[in-house]
Design a protein around this ligand. Structure first.
Ligand SMILES: [Zn+2]
Length: 231
């Protein structure tokens, strides 16, 4: 008999499977990202109703199979984040956040930190007047958790905090004297990114960044992710 496992999981995405089934990708507390087969999920009488809709947090019980796809037996809704769903800007940020989790968190890895980070950011998003700021912080923190922490406090080679450039190949900021060139990172932006990475959530909720700075931070973060994860 396959092992029966109980866990908590956030629904990252769902896709149709066979005639009436659905495959749910979820971020679990116990085993990272999971792919769960939900039998009959597209029948009129769905076995779990809307419990497994995207952005829900559920308690799940599943049969653990050796090959990738596990079989869901029970699901109970724990949280559906209504304060995110009622606000378009929050919802957009939440869906991008879930997408990052889906793309980056490895499958079947017993590390609860990505789940806890994601859950705490979704709870904060529900209170946030600036969802894009939280999303920017989440991206940097998820990368860090997974072993790709960008160097943001100064030059990665000498520690100097001026005349800095963004050099993802070297792990973050590099000053001109140490060979930095290309994308200049002014002190304002460096402080903002460092804050996004390290401030407590309560302080993040009060942080206000100019839209142009947020756009630039997104560009730097995406470049960093692309270079670092290609290694
Ligand atoms: Zn340097």
């Amino acid at each position: 008999m396959p092992e029966l496992v109980r866990d908590k999981a956030l629904v990252l995405r769902t896709q149709d499977h066979a005639e009436t089934d659905r495959i749910v990708s979820a971020l679990s507390e116990g085993r990272g990202r999971l792919e769960l087969l939900v039998k009959g999920a597209r029948r009129l009488e769905r076995p779990f109703g809307a419990v497994l809709d995207i952005l829900n947090l559920a308690e799940i019980i599943y049969y653990r199979r050796r090959s990738g796809l596990h079989l869901l037996r029970e699901a109970t809704l724990l949280q559906d984040f209504p304060r995110i769903r009622e606000d378009l800007a929050r919802l957009e940020a939440a869906l991008l956040l879930l997408r990052w989790a889906w793309e980056l968190v490895p499958r079947e890895v017993p590390d609860p930190r990505p789940f806890r980070l994601t859950q705490s950011f979704l709870l904060a998003l529900g209170e946030s007047p600036a969802p894009q700021t939280l999303l920017a912080a989440y991206r940097l923190r998820l990368l860090s958790l997974l072993g790709y922490r960008p160097a943001l406090q100064g030059c990665v080679a000498c520690g100097k905090a001026e005349d800095l450039f963004w050099v993802p190949e070297r792990g973050g900021l590099l000053c001109r004297a140490c060979g930095g060139e290309g994308l200049a990172v002014p002190p304002r932006l460096q402080k903002a990114m460092d804050g996004l990475l390290r401030l407590p959530l309560a302080a993040l909720l009060r942080l206000r960044l100019a839209p142009a700075d947020l756009a630039e931070i997104e560009r730097l973060t995406l470049a960093f992710r692309e270079v670092q994860l290609a290694r």
